[in-house]
Design a protein around this ligand. Sequence first.
Ligand SMILES: Cc1cc2nc3c(=O)[nH]c(=O)nc-3n(C[C@H](O)[C@H](O)[C@H](O)COP(=O)(O)OP(=O)(O)OC[C@H]3O[C@@H](n4cnc5c(N)ncnc54)[C@H](O)[C@@H]3O)c2cc1C
Ligand SMILES: *[C@@H]1O[C@H](CO)[C@@H](O)[C@H](O)[C@H]1NC(C)=O
Length: 501
Amino acid sequence: MADKTQKSFKCIIVGGGIAGVTCVEQLSCRLSSADVALITADAHIKAVTNYKQVTKVLEEFNVEEQSSSVLEEKFPNLTVIHSAVKALHTQSHLVETADGQVFAYEKLCICSGARPKLLTQDKQYVLGIRDTDSAQEFQKQLSKARRIVVVGNGGIALELVYEVEGCEVIWAVKDNAIGNTFFDAGAAQFLIPMLEADKPERDTPCKRPRYTTQDAKPGAAQTFTADRNTRGRSCGPTESGSALGPDWHEGIVLKGAERASRRVSVEYQCEVEKIFTSEEMLNSPSQTNRPDTEGTWPVYVQLTNGKTYGCDFVVSATGVTPNTEPFLQGNNFALADDGGLQVDDHMMTSEPDVYAAGDVCTACWEHSPLWQQMRLWTQARQMGWYAGRCMAARVLSETIELDFCFELFSHITTFFNYKVVLLGKFNAQGLGADHELLIRCTKGQEYVKVVLRGGRMVGAVLIGETDLEETFENLILNQMDLTLYGEELLNPNIDIEDYFD
Ligand SMILES: Cc1cc2nc3c(=O)[nH]c(=O)nc-3n(C[C@H](O)[C@H](O)[C@H](O)COP(=O)(O)OP(=O)(O)OC[C@H]3O[C@@H](n4cnc5c(N)ncnc54)[C@H](O)[C@@H]3O)c2cc1C
Ligand SMILES: *[C@@H]1O[C@H](CO)[C@@H](O)[C@H](O)[C@H]1NC(C)=O
């Protein structure tokens, strides 16, 4: 093996998504004279731009697909290698790439992300959305579709059902409310009417214009191309492209074959039992499979609630699986239940000198009582940043403590055109019966939920322009006893900021 080694690096980072790129930036800043390599399967990298700290813990930023030469220009001692890692030898500290090269490292950080769980391997009728290629495929198929079945209840499903027009959507969720990964039943109830209303015209231009759409011919399938450079497809397997980030659907016209606007039916508390092609359906002797829908369809989905729907295709948005495969063979990584590489409070895996960050890892340190891991853009950046700092600290023999950003969970996003802020144990995660909820809801305008434990605020959901995020963040961080305030806490006639100044 050693004789095949092409080059040695102080640090190698695998993956050009947000976690990997942020890690590379931190490392290259802190160890400017060290040889650093970024190995990525994708032709482009993902860079964080316009980073803005909104409050102590809330952050906002844009994500841009860039050519890797931008990074190399910024950091002269950085080498970007475009190939997929196909094997790792942690004992000998070597990585092998798909194009046959071998590299030695002193420290390695795995940031290979995750891919959508698919219901079946049947790529013809079941789509997962993850990167620009799969989004393009989705858009192409949608333009010919009259009905699709969306399975899953996370952020991607939520955005998808809201954005799709001109195509009937059957939305199968396993919970008793939509958006359960992010919301409780109350918030879901607040959002449901938005699925029936017409979408407001988009008056603000897309903040992160990553794609441009072009009408080929009126009515014909739409094509879209990345606006930076045309995507090169020569580098590595396409299934390992970077995950799309916030606003992935912006600028991609998600329009079906029908003229009518949105038509969404939600099937609650069910999962997919079976997927049939139309042939299998015809040849099936069992009457139980008889579809609940008329006409013939390319594919049929049987749900666990007994209903069977015919549709043009199925979108699988049921969560992700960490991309660990190329790294496992011959090594001894401790894996978490969700399939991620276990990392400790220094982002170290169980293998010597191997770190991990972003969607591929599972945070296995003892969490702050107000934080939980979710595979989100913000956490990919925070983990990549912290992993880079930890690696540099180790090289420089410095000590470093778990970063403040892991004290309090925070996420800011948009669902159904509303600003959404999630703080701490926003869904009373892990609290059991030991909590209290305060809710204020103005139909069509705002939804505010506070989670209290022992009279102290431990989480909040803020939908709409509530202007409460900073005050609530402080109340959660300082764990002030709020028993005296009771429901007054959400009294809209009280300026809560003045209360606590
Ligand atoms: C459709 C969609 C919508 C989303 N929307 C949101 C949202 O609104 N808000 C939010 O916060 N989060 C969202 N997410 C989640 C977010 O995109 C991810 O949490 C984030 O991208 C994870 O970053 P990462 O750097 O860990 O991994 P990724 O961005 O997946 O990057 C992984 C990188 O590793 C490379 N790679 C993989 N395998 C190999 C290998 N063997 N060798 C070399 N390179 C390899 C890939 O090419 C890629 O560059 C969404 C995800 C999807 C799929
Ligand atoms: C790159 O590394 C060399 C030593 O290996 C160092 O002298 C040089 O300053 C580094 N370049 C930058 C831009 O830091």
